[in-house]
Write a protein that binds this ligand. Structure first.
Ligand SMILES: Nc1nc2c(c(=O)[nH]1)N[C@H]1C(S)=C(S)[C@@H](COP(=O)(O)O)O[C@H]1N2
Ligand SMILES: [Mo]
Length: 321
């Protein structure tokens, strides 16, 4: 996807995504780690097959006033250009390596526990029974400088959390991805600390924008997008939107996310999209919308300022990055 800018005098350096920068994000570690452990992930040479958008399975989805009205990113891009390090660090690795994931022969279990009055372990079906599915069209902005517009299917995170009745000590919510190095070969490497952990402050988690996706484009999620359920926090960088969740825990102290542990100088707890707070190694002022040629300006809170800026009143966003 490198663009030859010399052919088109119009383009400036900052108009095109510099893949070299973000490809470097953890690749220097991961390549070495993968080699050292001798893990056999398919080579990047094999192409991702065309994945046809399936017929919509959910036709009576509720619509949301929070939905964006921009052009949707193509289905093929959403399911073949991914970050899911449990399945490799290349953008196409998750699509290639999740054909058997999740294992459909076993029900997906989710534990909800910690500081709450009604903890429990649920089959996903039971967990979803009281909830009605809706469609939410959200922008997704990756910290690497690309973005998409995705029509998610799912429900408000708050609706799920309220069922567990969090108590007054529940100041934060911690989320864990499945830990299963057999099913997730990337977990045999030390590229990140496993399981993948993320967290939100309780008021961020209860904000109406915070969403649990179980599908996209009117159908169920595929493995590469974090099936069977993943978080979507559209005003934060994409890595906060943790995939394939097995544990939700109410906690008193701020959780340490996998990215904070990996590179504390580069990834903070809040990770709100902010064009004025640079990543230490690149600017965040612009982004490439996948499918578009020129970069566009990145918006504060990814364009969701009206809904979320009150959460950060009085906070120095440069300090709490
Ligand atoms: N468990 C887990 N969740 C994850 C990641 C990951 O590597 N592991 N990558 C994150 C990053 S960096 C991004 S940008 C989004 C990408 O979501 P998508 O592939 O569905 O677009 O997932 C996030 N969730
Ligand atoms: Mo990302």
């Amino acid at each position: 996807m490198q663009i030859k800018k010399n052919k088109l005098g119009l383009l400036k350096d900052h108009d095109v995504t510099d893949e070299k920068l973000y490809l470097n994000r953890r690749q220097f570690v991961s390549k070495a780690a993968l080699l050292a452990t001798g893990i056999a992930l398919p080579s990047v040479a094999s192409a991702v097959p065309v994945i046809e958008a399936p017929e919509p399975k959910y036709t009576d989805l509720l619509t949301s006033p929070f939905s964006a009205t921009e052009e949707l990113t193509k289905y093929q891009s959403i399911v073949s250009y991914n970050n899911f390090y449990e399945f490799g660090v290349g953008k196409q690795d998750p699509a290639k390596n999740t054909t058997q994931f999740p294992d459909k022969s076993e029900p997906w279990r989710v534990v909800i526990d910690g500081e709450c009055d009604s903890p429990g372990e649920y089959d996903l079906d039971d967990l979803m029974k009281p909830l009605s599915l809706e469609e939410r069209i959200y922008r997704l902005r990756c910290v690497e400088g690309w973005s998409m517009v995705i029509p998610w299917v799912g429900f408000s995170l708050a609706d799920l959390l309220k069922q567990a009745k969090p108590n007054s000590k529940a100041k934060y919510v911690e989320f864990n991805t499945l830990y299963n190095p057999q099913q997730m070969p990337g977990q045999q490497s030390t590229v990140l600390q496993w399981p993948y952990v993320e967290g939100l402050r309780i008021d961020e988690a209860m904000n109406p924008l915070s969403f649990i996706a179980t599908g996209l484009y009117g159908n169920d999620l595929l493995g590469q997008n974090g099936a069977p359920l993943r978080l979507v926090v559209p005003w934060k960088y994409g890595f906060k939107s943790i995939k394939s969740i097995t544990q939700v825990r109410f906690v008193e102290k701020q959780p340490k996310s996998s990215w904070m542990i990996a590179t504390p100088s580069e990834y903070g707890f809040y990770s709100n999209v902010n064009p004025d707070v640079s990543h230490p190694r690149w600017s965040q002022s612009r982004e490439r919308r996948i499918g578009e040629f020129l970069k566009r300006k990145t918006e504060l809170f990814n364009g969701y300022k009206e809904q979320v800026s009150h959460l950060y009143t009085g906070m120095d966003l440069k300090k709490h990055f």
